[in-house]
Ligand binder design. Structure first.
Ligand SMILES: [Zn+2]
Length: 479
Protein backbone atom coordinates (compact mmCIF):
# COMPACT_ATOMS: atom_id res chain seq x y z
CA UNK A 1 0.00 0.00 0.00
CA UNK A 2 1.20 3.48 -0.75
CA UNK A 3 0.94 6.12 1.89
CA UNK A 4 1.72 9.77 1.54
CA UNK A 5 3.88 11.57 4.04
CA UNK A 6 0.90 13.77 4.82
CA UNK A 7 -1.21 10.81 5.84
CA UNK A 8 1.61 9.44 7.95
CA UNK A 9 1.89 12.72 9.78
CA UNK A 10 -1.81 12.95 10.34
CA UNK A 11 -1.86 9.43 11.66
CA UNK A 12 0.89 10.13 14.16
CA UNK A 13 -1.02 13.15 15.35
CA UNK A 14 -4.13 11.07 15.77
CA UNK A 15 -2.20 8.49 17.71
CA UNK A 16 -0.91 11.15 20.08
CA UNK A 17 -4.45 12.27 20.79
CA UNK A 18 -5.40 8.82 21.95
CA UNK A 19 -6.02 7.96 25.52
CA UNK A 20 -3.64 5.60 27.21
CA UNK A 21 -4.68 1.97 27.33
CA UNK A 22 -6.39 1.90 23.95
CA UNK A 23 -3.27 0.55 22.31
CA UNK A 24 -3.60 -2.94 23.74
CA UNK A 25 -7.26 -3.21 22.81
CA UNK A 26 -6.49 -2.03 19.30
CA UNK A 27 -4.82 -5.34 18.46
CA UNK A 28 -8.17 -6.95 19.06
CA UNK A 29 -9.88 -4.35 16.91
CA UNK A 30 -7.42 -5.03 14.16
CA UNK A 31 -8.52 -8.66 14.14
CA UNK A 32 -12.17 -7.67 14.31
CA UNK A 33 -11.66 -5.23 11.46
CA UNK A 34 -9.99 -7.90 9.36
CA UNK A 35 -12.83 -10.33 9.99
CA UNK A 36 -15.44 -7.73 9.17
CA UNK A 37 -13.58 -6.62 6.11
CA UNK A 38 -13.60 -10.19 4.89
CA UNK A 39 -17.39 -10.03 4.77
CA UNK A 40 -18.43 -6.58 3.64
CA UNK A 41 -21.53 -7.25 1.58
CA UNK A 42 -23.38 -3.98 1.90
CA UNK A 43 -20.96 -1.19 1.55
CA UNK A 44 -19.46 -1.90 -1.79
CA UNK A 45 -16.19 -3.11 -3.15
CA UNK A 46 -13.32 -2.66 -0.82
CA UNK A 47 -9.91 -2.52 -2.41
CA UNK A 48 -7.10 -4.46 -0.82
CA UNK A 49 -5.24 -1.26 -0.10
CA UNK A 50 -8.14 0.11 1.93
CA UNK A 51 -8.26 -3.10 3.93
CA UNK A 52 -4.56 -2.78 4.59
CA UNK A 53 -5.06 0.84 5.54
CA UNK A 54 -7.80 -0.10 7.96
CA UNK A 55 -5.65 -2.74 9.55
CA UNK A 56 -2.79 -0.29 9.77
CA UNK A 57 -5.01 2.33 11.40
CA UNK A 58 -6.24 -0.23 13.84
CA UNK A 59 -2.70 -1.28 14.60
CA UNK A 60 -1.89 2.36 15.24
CA UNK A 61 -4.62 2.31 17.81
CA UNK A 62 -7.15 4.43 16.03
CA UNK A 63 -9.96 1.93 15.57
CA UNK A 64 -12.87 3.30 17.49
CA UNK A 65 -16.31 2.58 18.74
CA UNK A 66 -17.54 1.25 15.42
CA UNK A 67 -15.57 -1.91 15.92
CA UNK A 68 -17.10 -2.35 19.34
CA UNK A 69 -20.64 -2.10 18.11
CA UNK A 70 -20.14 -4.42 15.18
CA UNK A 71 -18.36 -6.97 17.29
CA UNK A 72 -21.01 -6.81 19.99
CA UNK A 73 -23.71 -7.56 17.45
CA UNK A 74 -22.81 -10.50 15.25
CA UNK A 75 -26.16 -10.33 13.49
CA UNK A 76 -25.33 -6.93 12.15
CA UNK A 77 -21.79 -7.87 11.31
CA UNK A 78 -23.08 -9.44 8.12
CA UNK A 79 -24.06 -6.05 6.88
CA UNK A 80 -21.32 -4.15 8.56
CA UNK A 81 -18.02 -2.97 7.34
CA UNK A 82 -15.67 -1.43 9.79
CA UNK A 83 -12.46 0.27 9.01
CA UNK A 84 -9.97 1.98 11.17
CA UNK A 85 -10.94 5.53 11.97
CA UNK A 86 -9.78 8.79 10.59
CA UNK A 87 -6.36 10.12 10.05
CA UNK A 88 -7.89 13.51 9.44
CA UNK A 89 -10.63 15.10 11.45
CA UNK A 90 -13.66 16.76 9.86
CA UNK A 91 -12.82 19.95 8.12
CA UNK A 92 -15.64 22.40 8.59
CA UNK A 93 -14.51 25.36 6.55
CA UNK A 94 -13.64 23.69 3.27
CA UNK A 95 -17.05 23.20 1.73
CA UNK A 96 -17.06 24.96 -1.60
CA UNK A 97 -19.85 27.26 -2.69
CA UNK A 98 -21.16 24.57 -5.02
CA UNK A 99 -21.22 21.99 -2.28
CA UNK A 100 -23.01 24.21 0.18
CA UNK A 101 -25.63 25.42 -2.28
CA UNK A 102 -27.90 22.50 -1.52
CA UNK A 103 -30.64 23.40 0.89
CA UNK A 104 -30.39 21.61 4.19
CA UNK A 105 -33.95 20.42 3.92
CA UNK A 106 -33.28 18.66 0.63
CA UNK A 107 -33.15 15.24 2.21
CA UNK A 108 -36.50 15.71 3.88
CA UNK A 109 -38.07 17.11 0.75
CA UNK A 110 -36.70 14.37 -1.47
CA UNK A 111 -37.79 11.77 1.05
CA UNK A 112 -41.33 13.12 0.92
CA UNK A 113 -41.49 12.98 -2.84
CA UNK A 114 -39.46 9.78 -3.23
CA UNK A 115 -41.17 6.74 -4.59
CA UNK A 116 -42.25 4.01 -2.23
CA UNK A 117 -39.49 1.84 -3.64
CA UNK A 118 -36.86 4.43 -2.73
CA UNK A 119 -38.14 4.79 0.82
CA UNK A 120 -38.31 1.01 1.16
CA UNK A 121 -34.61 0.82 0.23
CA UNK A 122 -33.45 3.65 2.49
CA UNK A 123 -31.36 3.71 5.65
CA UNK A 124 -30.64 6.34 8.27
CA UNK A 125 -27.19 7.90 8.39
CA UNK A 126 -25.38 9.04 11.49
CA UNK A 127 -22.24 11.16 11.58
CA UNK A 128 -20.30 10.80 14.81
CA UNK A 129 -22.87 11.33 17.60
CA UNK A 130 -25.54 13.01 15.46
CA UNK A 131 -28.17 11.65 13.13
CA UNK A 132 -28.11 13.39 9.74
CA UNK A 133 -31.02 14.17 7.40
CA UNK A 134 -29.49 12.13 4.61
CA UNK A 135 -31.22 8.88 3.69
CA UNK A 136 -28.82 6.62 1.80
CA UNK A 137 -30.58 4.39 -0.70
CA UNK A 138 -29.74 0.75 -1.31
CA UNK A 139 -28.88 0.18 -4.96
CA UNK A 140 -27.26 -2.99 -6.28
CA UNK A 141 -26.23 -4.05 -2.82
CA UNK A 142 -24.62 -0.75 -1.84
CA UNK A 143 -25.94 2.30 0.02
CA UNK A 144 -25.65 5.43 -2.13
CA UNK A 145 -25.88 9.12 -1.22
CA UNK A 146 -26.02 12.29 -3.34
CA UNK A 147 -22.36 13.22 -3.64
CA UNK A 148 -22.93 16.95 -3.11
CA UNK A 149 -24.84 16.48 0.14
CA UNK A 150 -22.27 14.00 1.35
CA UNK A 151 -19.41 16.38 0.64
CA UNK A 152 -21.22 19.10 2.56
CA UNK A 153 -21.81 16.78 5.49
CA UNK A 154 -18.18 15.67 5.75
CA UNK A 155 -16.74 19.12 5.09
CA UNK A 156 -15.14 18.01 1.84
CA UNK A 157 -14.48 20.38 -1.04
CA UNK A 158 -16.31 19.39 -4.18
CA UNK A 159 -14.84 20.46 -7.51
CA UNK A 160 -14.13 19.25 -11.03
CA UNK A 161 -16.55 18.51 -13.83
CA UNK A 162 -19.44 16.11 -14.27
CA UNK A 163 -16.99 13.71 -15.92
CA UNK A 164 -14.39 14.01 -13.20
CA UNK A 165 -15.69 14.95 -9.77
CA UNK A 166 -13.06 15.67 -7.13
CA UNK A 167 -13.67 15.49 -3.39
CA UNK A 168 -10.89 16.89 -1.22
CA UNK A 169 -10.37 16.90 2.52
CA UNK A 170 -8.72 19.55 4.65
CA UNK A 171 -5.51 17.51 4.66
CA UNK A 172 -5.35 17.65 0.87
CA UNK A 173 -6.38 14.04 0.23
CA UNK A 174 -8.52 13.76 -2.91
CA UNK A 175 -11.01 11.23 -4.22
CA UNK A 176 -11.68 11.27 -7.97
CA UNK A 177 -15.02 9.99 -9.27
CA UNK A 178 -15.50 8.96 -12.88
CA UNK A 179 -19.17 8.11 -13.11
CA UNK A 180 -19.22 7.19 -16.80
CA UNK A 181 -16.40 4.69 -16.30
CA UNK A 182 -17.71 3.54 -12.92
CA UNK A 183 -14.32 4.10 -11.32
CA UNK A 184 -13.22 5.88 -8.15
CA UNK A 185 -9.57 6.74 -7.63
CA UNK A 186 -8.87 6.96 -3.93
CA UNK A 187 -6.41 9.28 -2.19
CA UNK A 188 -3.85 6.46 -1.96
CA UNK A 189 -4.01 6.03 -5.75
CA UNK A 190 -5.98 2.78 -5.73
CA UNK A 191 -8.83 2.37 -8.18
CA UNK A 192 -12.18 0.97 -7.03
CA UNK A 193 -14.97 -0.18 -9.29
CA UNK A 194 -17.83 2.07 -8.19
CA UNK A 195 -21.34 2.10 -9.59
CA UNK A 196 -22.72 5.66 -9.73
CA UNK A 197 -26.00 6.90 -11.15
CA UNK A 198 -28.05 10.07 -11.40
CA UNK A 199 -31.26 10.50 -9.39
CA UNK A 200 -33.26 13.70 -8.92
CA UNK A 201 -30.44 15.70 -10.47
CA UNK A 202 -27.82 14.33 -8.08
CA UNK A 203 -25.03 11.90 -8.70
CA UNK A 204 -25.51 8.98 -6.32
CA UNK A 205 -22.23 7.57 -4.98
CA UNK A 206 -21.66 4.72 -2.50
CA UNK A 207 -21.38 6.18 0.98
CA UNK A 208 -18.83 3.51 1.89
CA UNK A 209 -16.45 4.50 -0.90
CA UNK A 210 -16.48 8.15 0.15
CA UNK A 211 -16.10 7.44 3.85
CA UNK A 212 -13.35 4.89 3.49
CA UNK A 213 -11.43 6.96 0.98
CA UNK A 214 -10.85 9.54 3.68
CA UNK A 215 -10.11 6.93 6.33
CA UNK A 216 -13.38 7.28 8.22
CA UNK A 217 -14.93 4.27 9.88
CA UNK A 218 -18.36 3.20 8.70
CA UNK A 219 -20.70 0.76 10.38
CA UNK A 220 -24.03 -0.69 9.36
CA UNK A 221 -26.53 -2.05 11.85
CA UNK A 222 -28.88 -4.11 9.71
CA UNK A 223 -31.76 -4.55 12.15
CA UNK A 224 -32.03 -0.78 12.60
CA UNK A 225 -31.24 0.07 8.98
CA UNK A 226 -28.69 2.42 10.45
CA UNK A 227 -25.43 3.54 8.88
CA UNK A 228 -22.93 5.56 10.82
CA UNK A 229 -19.73 7.29 9.88
CA UNK A 230 -17.24 8.12 12.59
CA UNK A 231 -14.60 10.74 11.81
CA UNK A 232 -13.39 11.73 15.26
CA UNK A 233 -12.19 10.06 18.45
CA UNK A 234 -14.26 9.63 21.57
CA UNK A 235 -17.71 9.10 20.09
CA UNK A 236 -20.33 7.03 21.85
CA UNK A 237 -20.53 3.36 20.94
CA UNK A 238 -23.04 2.13 18.35
CA UNK A 239 -25.38 0.74 20.98
CA UNK A 240 -25.61 4.06 22.77
CA UNK A 241 -25.97 5.85 19.45
CA UNK A 242 -28.87 3.62 18.41
CA UNK A 243 -30.47 4.14 21.82
CA UNK A 244 -30.17 7.92 21.48
CA UNK A 245 -32.09 7.86 18.21
CA UNK A 246 -34.44 5.01 19.02
CA UNK A 247 -37.62 6.91 18.17
CA UNK A 248 -36.24 8.07 14.81
CA UNK A 249 -35.09 4.53 14.05
CA UNK A 250 -38.51 3.12 14.89
CA UNK A 251 -40.27 5.75 12.78
CA UNK A 252 -37.96 5.04 9.87
CA UNK A 253 -38.43 1.27 10.10
CA UNK A 254 -42.20 1.83 10.11
CA UNK A 255 -41.97 4.07 7.03
CA UNK A 256 -39.84 1.44 5.29
CA UNK A 257 -42.35 -1.25 6.09
CA UNK A 258 -45.27 0.84 4.83
CA UNK A 259 -43.35 1.72 1.68
CA UNK A 260 -42.56 -1.95 1.11
CA UNK A 261 -46.24 -2.78 1.32
CA UNK A 262 -47.18 0.11 -0.94
CA UNK A 263 -44.55 -0.91 -3.48
CA UNK A 264 -45.74 -4.51 -3.31
CA UNK A 265 -49.39 -3.66 -3.81
CA UNK A 266 -48.76 -1.15 -6.59
CA UNK A 267 -46.55 -3.72 -8.31
CA UNK A 268 -49.52 -6.08 -8.47
CA UNK A 269 -52.65 -3.92 -8.32
CA UNK A 270 -54.89 -6.74 -9.44
CA UNK A 271 -53.82 -8.95 -6.57
CA UNK A 272 -56.89 -10.67 -5.22
CA UNK A 273 -57.36 -11.35 -1.56
CA UNK A 274 -56.59 -14.84 -0.35
CA UNK A 275 -59.19 -17.09 -1.77
CA UNK A 276 -59.42 -20.81 -2.07
CA UNK A 277 -59.27 -20.44 -5.83
CA UNK A 278 -56.00 -18.54 -5.71
CA UNK A 279 -52.90 -20.68 -5.98
CA UNK A 280 -49.40 -19.69 -4.94
CA UNK A 281 -46.94 -21.74 -6.96
CA UNK A 282 -43.48 -21.89 -5.43
CA UNK A 283 -40.24 -23.27 -6.83
CA UNK A 284 -37.32 -24.11 -4.55
CA UNK A 285 -33.58 -24.68 -5.03
CA UNK A 286 -33.19 -22.66 -8.22
CA UNK A 287 -32.39 -20.95 -10.34
CA UNK A 288 -30.80 -23.51 -12.62
CA UNK A 289 -29.89 -24.02 -16.26
CA UNK A 290 -33.56 -24.95 -16.82
CA UNK A 291 -35.14 -21.86 -15.30
CA UNK A 292 -35.41 -20.08 -18.65
CA UNK A 293 -37.61 -22.86 -19.93
CA UNK A 294 -39.66 -22.77 -16.74
CA UNK A 295 -40.21 -19.02 -17.14
CA UNK A 296 -41.22 -19.55 -20.78
CA UNK A 297 -43.94 -21.96 -19.67
CA UNK A 298 -45.19 -19.57 -16.98
CA UNK A 299 -45.34 -16.83 -19.63
CA UNK A 300 -47.23 -19.07 -21.98
CA UNK A 301 -49.94 -19.64 -19.36
CA UNK A 302 -49.72 -16.08 -18.03
CA UNK A 303 -48.91 -17.46 -14.57
CA UNK A 304 -46.69 -15.81 -11.95
CA UNK A 305 -44.80 -17.83 -9.35
CA UNK A 306 -42.59 -17.37 -6.30
CA UNK A 307 -38.99 -18.61 -6.32
CA UNK A 308 -37.10 -19.50 -3.12
CA UNK A 309 -33.52 -19.50 -4.30
CA UNK A 310 -30.06 -20.52 -3.13
CA UNK A 311 -27.34 -17.90 -3.01
CA UNK A 312 -24.81 -19.63 -5.25
CA UNK A 313 -27.46 -20.39 -7.85
CA UNK A 314 -28.58 -16.77 -7.84
CA UNK A 315 -25.03 -15.75 -8.65
CA UNK A 316 -24.63 -18.43 -11.34
CA UNK A 317 -27.93 -17.71 -13.07
CA UNK A 318 -28.43 -14.04 -12.37
CA UNK A 319 -30.03 -13.43 -15.78
CA UNK A 320 -32.90 -15.73 -14.82
CA UNK A 321 -33.33 -13.85 -11.55
CA UNK A 322 -33.48 -10.52 -13.37
CA UNK A 323 -36.03 -11.98 -15.74
CA UNK A 324 -38.23 -13.18 -12.86
CA UNK A 325 -38.30 -9.71 -11.37
CA UNK A 326 -38.93 -8.06 -14.72
CA UNK A 327 -41.84 -10.38 -15.43
CA UNK A 328 -43.50 -9.97 -12.04
CA UNK A 329 -42.54 -13.22 -10.37
CA UNK A 330 -41.68 -13.01 -6.68
CA UNK A 331 -38.26 -13.82 -5.27
CA UNK A 332 -37.52 -15.38 -1.90
CA UNK A 333 -34.54 -16.81 -0.04
CA UNK A 334 -33.66 -20.44 0.61
CA UNK A 335 -30.24 -19.94 2.25
CA UNK A 336 -26.74 -20.72 1.06
CA UNK A 337 -25.68 -24.27 1.90
CA UNK A 338 -28.92 -26.30 1.95
CA UNK A 339 -27.05 -28.47 4.48
CA UNK A 340 -29.07 -29.42 7.53
CA UNK A 341 -26.00 -29.45 9.80
CA UNK A 342 -24.90 -26.04 8.66
CA UNK A 343 -28.14 -24.15 8.15
CA UNK A 344 -29.67 -25.31 11.44
CA UNK A 345 -26.38 -25.24 13.39
CA UNK A 346 -27.73 -22.40 15.51
CA UNK A 347 -30.10 -19.44 15.03
CA UNK A 348 -27.26 -17.11 14.07
CA UNK A 349 -26.16 -19.51 11.33
CA UNK A 350 -29.67 -19.56 9.86
CA UNK A 351 -29.88 -15.77 9.88
CA UNK A 352 -26.43 -15.46 8.37
CA UNK A 353 -27.36 -17.75 5.49
CA UNK A 354 -30.48 -15.75 4.72
CA UNK A 355 -28.59 -12.46 4.92
CA UNK A 356 -25.86 -13.79 2.66
CA UNK A 357 -28.48 -15.08 0.24
CA UNK A 358 -30.13 -11.65 0.26
CA UNK A 359 -26.80 -9.99 -0.50
CA UNK A 360 -26.40 -12.33 -3.48
CA UNK A 361 -29.88 -11.41 -4.68
CA UNK A 362 -29.10 -7.75 -4.29
CA UNK A 363 -25.85 -8.06 -6.18
CA UNK A 364 -27.44 -10.09 -8.97
CA UNK A 365 -30.67 -8.17 -9.47
CA UNK A 366 -30.58 -5.04 -7.30
CA UNK A 367 -33.40 -6.11 -5.01
CA UNK A 368 -33.80 -7.57 -1.56
CA UNK A 369 -36.60 -9.63 -0.13
CA UNK A 370 -38.06 -10.54 3.24
CA UNK A 371 -39.59 -13.82 2.05
CA UNK A 372 -37.80 -16.94 3.24
CA UNK A 373 -38.24 -20.68 3.13
CA UNK A 374 -35.83 -22.81 5.12
CA UNK A 375 -34.24 -25.96 3.61
CA UNK A 376 -36.50 -29.03 3.95
CA UNK A 377 -39.21 -26.82 5.43
CA UNK A 378 -39.29 -25.23 8.86
CA UNK A 379 -40.34 -28.32 10.83
CA UNK A 380 -38.83 -29.79 12.92
CA UNK A 381 -35.61 -27.77 13.11
CA UNK A 382 -36.70 -24.15 12.85
CA UNK A 383 -37.87 -23.92 16.46
CA UNK A 384 -38.87 -20.85 18.46
CA UNK A 385 -35.31 -19.69 19.16
CA UNK A 386 -34.49 -19.84 15.44
CA UNK A 387 -37.65 -18.01 14.45
CA UNK A 388 -37.14 -15.36 17.12
CA UNK A 389 -33.69 -14.65 15.78
CA UNK A 390 -34.42 -14.75 12.04
CA UNK A 391 -37.90 -13.22 11.96
CA UNK A 392 -36.76 -10.36 14.21
CA UNK A 393 -34.57 -9.32 11.28
CA UNK A 394 -37.76 -8.70 9.29
CA UNK A 395 -38.05 -11.97 7.42
CA UNK A 396 -41.36 -13.79 6.83
CA UNK A 397 -41.35 -17.58 6.99
CA UNK A 398 -43.13 -19.56 4.30
CA UNK A 399 -43.70 -23.31 4.10
CA UNK A 400 -46.43 -24.90 1.96
CA UNK A 401 -49.71 -26.78 2.22
CA UNK A 402 -49.43 -28.73 -1.04
CA UNK A 403 -46.32 -30.88 -1.49
CA UNK A 404 -45.89 -31.95 -5.10
CA UNK A 405 -43.15 -34.40 -4.06
CA UNK A 406 -41.73 -33.79 -7.50
CA UNK A 407 -38.20 -34.45 -6.20
CA UNK A 408 -39.30 -37.96 -5.23
CA UNK A 409 -41.41 -38.85 -8.25
CA UNK A 410 -38.88 -37.44 -10.73
CA UNK A 411 -39.51 -39.16 -14.12
CA UNK A 412 -42.82 -40.47 -12.81
CA UNK A 413 -44.38 -37.15 -13.74
CA UNK A 414 -47.86 -38.68 -13.85
CA UNK A 415 -47.65 -39.17 -10.09
CA UNK A 416 -46.52 -35.58 -9.56
CA UNK A 417 -49.47 -34.41 -11.61
CA UNK A 418 -52.04 -36.57 -9.77
CA UNK A 419 -50.58 -35.64 -6.41
CA UNK A 420 -50.74 -31.90 -7.06
CA UNK A 421 -54.28 -32.02 -8.45
CA UNK A 422 -55.54 -34.09 -5.52
CA UNK A 423 -53.94 -31.97 -2.79
CA UNK A 424 -54.95 -28.65 -4.37
CA UNK A 425 -58.55 -29.84 -4.39
CA UNK A 426 -58.38 -30.89 -0.73
CA UNK A 427 -56.79 -27.66 0.50
CA UNK A 428 -59.10 -25.52 -1.60
CA UNK A 429 -62.14 -27.41 -0.28
CA UNK A 430 -61.19 -26.25 3.23
CA UNK A 431 -61.38 -22.64 2.04
CA UNK A 432 -57.62 -22.22 2.06
CA UNK A 433 -55.37 -20.89 -0.70
CA UNK A 434 -53.08 -23.64 -1.93
CA UNK A 435 -49.37 -22.90 -1.56
CA UNK A 436 -47.70 -25.46 -3.78
CA UNK A 437 -44.14 -26.67 -3.26
CA UNK A 438 -42.29 -27.60 -6.42
CA UNK A 439 -38.65 -27.61 -7.45
CA UNK A 440 -36.74 -26.15 -10.31
CA UNK A 441 -36.20 -29.60 -11.91
CA UNK A 442 -36.35 -30.72 -15.56
CA UNK A 443 -38.97 -33.35 -14.77
CA UNK A 444 -41.15 -30.80 -13.02
CA UNK A 445 -40.86 -28.45 -15.96
CA UNK A 446 -41.90 -31.32 -18.20
CA UNK A 447 -45.23 -31.83 -16.41
CA UNK A 448 -45.85 -28.17 -15.54
CA UNK A 449 -47.86 -27.25 -18.69
CA UNK A 450 -50.34 -30.04 -18.00
CA UNK A 451 -50.72 -28.99 -14.36
CA UNK A 452 -51.26 -25.33 -15.26
CA UNK A 453 -53.74 -26.13 -18.04
CA UNK A 454 -55.82 -28.38 -15.76
CA UNK A 455 -55.86 -25.94 -12.85
CA UNK A 456 -56.83 -23.00 -15.08
CA UNK A 457 -59.58 -25.13 -16.57
CA UNK A 458 -60.89 -25.66 -13.04
CA UNK A 459 -61.03 -21.92 -12.47
CA UNK A 460 -57.91 -21.40 -10.40
CA UNK A 461 -55.82 -18.26 -10.77
CA UNK A 462 -52.21 -17.74 -9.77
CA UNK A 463 -50.64 -15.04 -7.64
CA UNK A 464 -47.24 -14.37 -6.13
CA UNK A 465 -46.43 -14.25 -2.43
CA UNK A 466 -45.88 -10.72 -1.11
CA UNK A 467 -44.30 -9.51 2.15
CA UNK A 468 -47.60 -8.12 3.45
CA UNK A 469 -49.40 -11.49 3.32
CA UNK A 470 -50.01 -13.58 6.41
CA UNK A 471 -47.32 -16.25 6.06
CA UNK A 472 -48.30 -19.89 5.67
CA UNK A 473 -45.93 -22.03 7.74
CA UNK A 474 -45.95 -25.17 9.85
CA UNK A 475 -45.60 -23.25 13.12
CA UNK A 476 -48.46 -20.83 12.42
CA UNK A 477 -45.97 -18.09 13.13
CA UNK A 478 -47.60 -15.01 11.65
CA UNK A 479 -44.65 -12.64 11.93
ZN1 LIG B 1 -34.75 -26.91 -0.96
Amino acid sequence: MRMTARRMTARRMTTRRMTAGLGKRSIGWMLVSCLLLASFPLLGELPVSAAASAAASAAAGTAGAAGTAAAASPASAAGAASTGSAASSTASSTASSTASSTASSAATASAATASAATVAASALLGLNDELTELLPVLHQGVYDVPVRRMAELLGLTLSGTAKEIVLSSGTGASLYLYSAEGIAVQPDGSKVKTDMYAADGSLMVPVGVIARSFGYSITYQAEDKLLRIVTVQGTMDMKAFAAKYQSQIEAHLKAVKEAEQQAASSASPARSSNSAKTIYLTFDDGPSAHTGKLLDILDQYDVKATFFMLGNHITSYSDSVKRMIKEGDAVGLHGMTHQKEQFYKDPAASLQEMNDDNARLDKAAGVRTTLIRTPYGSKPYFTQAYRDKVLAAGYHLWDWNVDSQDWKFKEDTASTYTNVMKQVKQVSAKGTSPVVLMHDLPTTIEILPKILASLQKQGYTFEVITPDMKPVNFWHDER
